[in-house]
Ligand binder design. Structure first.
Ligand code: AMP
Length: 213
C-alpha cells in the first residue's frame, strides 16, 4: 500500500505516520526527517537546506524530489511506503506521479488530516522531541512527567529550530499558498481521504485505519 499523508504543519502527520508504520509494516518516508539528518551531519545538501528551513520556506523542488525518489527506490519500500511531508507543491506531486509511473506503481490513498488553522500555532510552538529516542511531547497537551526529560528513555527534550513563533507563522502561510492546492489535485484523481484531525491521537489513528482497512 502506497500512501501520502497530507496536512498542514502541526496536523499530526509525523505522529500518525509512526503509528501507521507499525500497524502496516511499511516505512515512513519523511523529507523533513531526511533534511534534518542532512543538516545535523552538515552535508552540503544540509547546509543549503538549512537556510530555507530556518525561515520556514520550502527547500527547492529538485532537492526534495531527488531525496524522495532515492528513498522510494530502496528495497524496504518495495511493498509499500508512507510519504510524510512530501509532496508539498504541485510540481512535486507531478514529479512523484512520473517517478511512480516509471516504477509501475501508483498511490492508493491520500490521507488529508484536517485541523483549523487557528489551532496549529499552539500545537507547533509547544512541540518537544527527545534528542535520544525521537519521542514527541507537547508542553500543554502531552507534557513529560519531568520537565525537559523524556518519559521513555530519560533523554533531553529539545524544540525544533523551526518551531519558534516567527518561523511557524511563515510555515503556515507557505502551506496555504503552496501545499493546499494539492487537496484539489488529489481530489480530482479520486484519491483524497479527508480525516478530522481534532481529537486524541488514538481517535485520529482509528479514523485513518477505518479508511485504509
Ligand atoms: P517537516 O518536518 O515536514 O515539517 O519539514 C520541515 C521543513 O523541511 C519544511 O518547513 C521545509 O523547509 C523542509 N521540507 C520538508 N519537506 C519538504 C518538501 N517536500 N518540499 C520542500 N521543503 C520541504
Amino acid at each position: 500500500m502506497n500512501i501520502i499523508l497530507l496536512g498542514p504543519p502541526g496536523a499530526g502527520k509525523g505522529t500518525q505516520a509512526k503509528m501507521l508504520i507499525d500497524a502496516y509494516g511499511i516505512p515512513q518516508v519523511s523529507t523533513g526527517d531526511m533534511l534534518r539528518a542532512a543538516v545535523k551531519n552538515q552535508t552540503p545538501l544540509g547546509l543549503e537546506a538549512k537556510k530555507y528551513m530556518d525561515s520556514g520556506q520550502l527547500v527547492p523542488d529538485e532537492v526534495v524530489i531527488g531525496l524522495a525518489k532515492d528513498r522510494i527506490a530502496q528495497p524496504d519500500a518495495a511493498k509499500g511506503f508512507m510519504l510524510d511531508g512530501f509532496p508539498r507543491t504541485v510540481p512535486q506531486a507531478e514529479a512523484l506521479d512520473k517517478v511512480l509511473a516509471g516504477m509501475g506503481k501508483t498511490i492508493d490513498h491520500v490521507i488529508s488530516i484536517e485541523v483549523a488553522s487557528a489551532e496549529l500555532l499552539g500545537r507547533l510552538t509547544g512541540r518537544r522531541t527527545c534528542k535520544a529516542c525521537g519521542q514527541g511531547f507537547h508542553v500543554m497537551f502531552d507534557p513529560p512527567k519531568v520537565e525537559g526529560k523524556c518519559d521513555k528513555c530519560g533523554g533531553e527534550l529539545y524544540q525544533r529550530d523551526d518551531d519558534n513563533e516567527a518561523t511557524v507563522s511563515n510555515r503556515l502561510k507557505v502551506y496555504d499558498a503552496q501545499t493546499k492546492p494539492l487537496i484539489d489535485y488529489y481530489q480530482a484523481k479520486g484519491l483524497l481521504r479527508p480525516i478530522d484531525g481534532v481529537g486524541s491521537i488514538d481517535a485520529i489513528f482509528g479514523r485513518i485505519k477505518a479508511v485504509l482497512g
